[in-house]
Design a protein around this ligand. Structure first.
Ligand code: AHR
Length: 503
């Protein structure tokens, strides 16, 4: 029997916010120093930004990058990172046990975003600081000159306001690991008062409150309820985070099925949002900001390093082909929920649990997870289409029960349709039929296939192409608008379609 996907190219489920394909740069490990920024590197531009990294970031097509943390932000004094470099202090970063030199700060990040063609998503320190530091940072970034903080920015060499739209009200404020952790009531009040003040400066800012740090937190869902009961009226989105890893599951099949955890997390948090919406009679519907998600094996790829070292390697996870399939599955989950997810950030971007790796003074290369993300970010835009999938076989998994071997999502951007297909079954190739509804005749522009004989194959500086997509033979549609494919076991596919008569 075949798995059959029916696509309704004229039936849009919801628009997709391009910021679903955001990423994240934290002052952590070598993300900034020897990642984005390495003056003296052979590819560095006049500002010290690595051009080889910029090229790969552009390939990923990320529309927004969150900064400067993460846990780092909760004890960060933003004032340390602006002004003449020689006068910037070195500070101890409690979150990661290292020394921060502050040679890269807010203005350098804004300049990097401009060169990279992306937008900043900034986070405030609501751990050791609060409303006043947040207000001053927003004014520093966005106020016109002729005011205290606008003038300070000008004195630092940046006359034009940056007009940063999107701001995170702290980071993981429920986490025992967070500097300045709060109770839900403390944080909810602080988020509300901070948002209220910032809206007096600019009502159009997009403000994101912290949800709980993950579905395993003891107060998951209750934290969301309490926080939102304080600040629902003042914020636009609620932040959620999730990291998964193979070591957390009982078998490869169990691991490959784990994107369902992400989808359930989104549904559960949305239920809490909608409860508060109903209880407080709000008209506004709360959106989600999935501003940290990825595969991360914290036990193997942790922060351990020489105490108070400067930008040591930390969290440098080497990704496998299986991890790339899981990232593909997580992208499908995000796309299915994109009617309620306005922002999402693959955590992180360079060197730290990242799709892009660099060698100090050397090259930059793509990890396995780079590929499904880049394909979705380039082609999974526009709108989510209605689809109907039947006939997938299921594999029994210890954690998630029966899990479908095949999943697929279709999007439409203008005339073009993109279909993303994940075959996580390990045993046999699967017969797959794609059927496009309606009278339009379609053709395949390209079929890219990501597959590898070994689920634990990795890329590295000298084997950058071990796991990389390749063009598969382009199948043709039959007269009844169906197309037949054979999906190899453990494979990820991008099929791009256009109407036959389109140029
Ligand atoms: O991305 C690594 C860390 O994971 C972030 O600093 C924190 O927010 C999360 O716990």
């Amino acid at each position: 029997m075949s798995t059959r996907l029916r696509i309704f190219p004229d039936l849009v489920q919801n628009p997709i916010d391009p910021r679903l394909y955001g990423s994240f740069i934290e002052h952590l490990g070598r993300a900034v120093y020897t990642g984005l920024y390495e003056p003296g590197h052979p590819t560095a531009d006049a500002q010290g930004f690595r051009r080889d990294v910029l090229d790969l970031v552009r390939e990923l097509n990320v529309p927004m990058v969150r900064y400067p943390g993460g846990n780092f932000v909760s004890a960060y004094d933003w004032e340390d990172g602006v002004g003449p470099r020689a006068q910037r202090p070195c500070r101890l970063d409690y979150a990661w046990g290292v020394t921060e030199t502050n040679q890269f700060g807010t203005n350098e990040f804004m300049a990097w975003c401009k060169v990279a063609g992306t937008a900043p998503m900034m986070a405030f320190n609501l751990g050791t600081r609060g409303l006043d530091a947040a207000r001053q940072l927003v004014e520093y970034c966005n106020a016109s000159i002729g005011t205290k903080f606008g003038d300070q920015r000008k004195a630092h060499g940046f006359a034009d306001p940056y007009n940063v739209r999107t701001w995170c009200l702290g980071n993981e404020m429920d986490g025992p690991w967070q500097t300045g952790r709060k109770t839900a009531d403390e944080y909810g009040r602080l988020a509300n008062e901070t948002a209220n003040a910032l809206r007096q400066f600019d009502p159009a800012l997009e403000l994101i409150a912290c949800g709980s740090s993950g579905p395993a937190m003891p107060a998951f869902a209750e934290w969301e309820r309490v926080v939102l009961e304080h600040c629902y009226g003042q914020v636009d989105a609620l932040s959620i985070h999730l990291y998964v890893c193979e070591a957390g599951y009982k078998s490869l099949a169990d691991y490959l099925a784990c994107p369902v955890v992400m989808e359930n997390q989104m549904r559960d948090v949305l239920a809490a949002c909608d409860f508060v919406k109903a209880k407080q009679r709000h008209k506004k519907t709360m959106m989600l900001s999935f501003d940290e998600w990825n595969v991360w094996d914290m036990a193997r790829f942790g922060a351990k390093c020489e105490r108070w070292a400067e930008a040591p390697p930390q969290l440098e996870q080497l990704y496998t082909f299986a991890d790339a399939l899981v990232v593909g599955g997580m992208l499908l989950a995000l796309l299915r929920q994109s009617g309620r997810v306005r922002y999402a950030c693959l955590a992180q971007l360079v060197n730290v649990i990242a799709p892009i790796m660099t060698a100090p003074g050397g090259g930059a290369w793509r990890q396995t997870i780079f590929h499904p993300f880049a394909q979705a970010s380039r082609h999974g835009r526009g709108a989510l289409l209605f689809t109907h999938l039947t006939g997938s076989t299921h594999t029994d998994t210890p954690t998630h029960g029966p899990s479908p071997d095949i999943e697929a999502v279709a999007t439409r951007d203008g005339d073009q349709v993109a279909v993303f297909i994940l075959h996580r079954g390990q045993a046999t190739p699967a017969a797959f039929i794609l059927e496009v509804e309606g009278s339009t005749r379609w053709r395949v522009i390209e079929h890219q296939l990501l597959a590898a004989p070994d689920p634990h194959a990795c890329n590295g500086p000298d084997q950058a192409e071990t796991v990389a997509p390749r063009c598969a033979p382009t199948p043709s549609f039959a007269a009844d608008n169906t197309l037949a494919l054979t999906l190899p076991p453990l494979s990820w596919h991008l099929l791009r379609l256009a109407p036959e008569n389109a140029t």
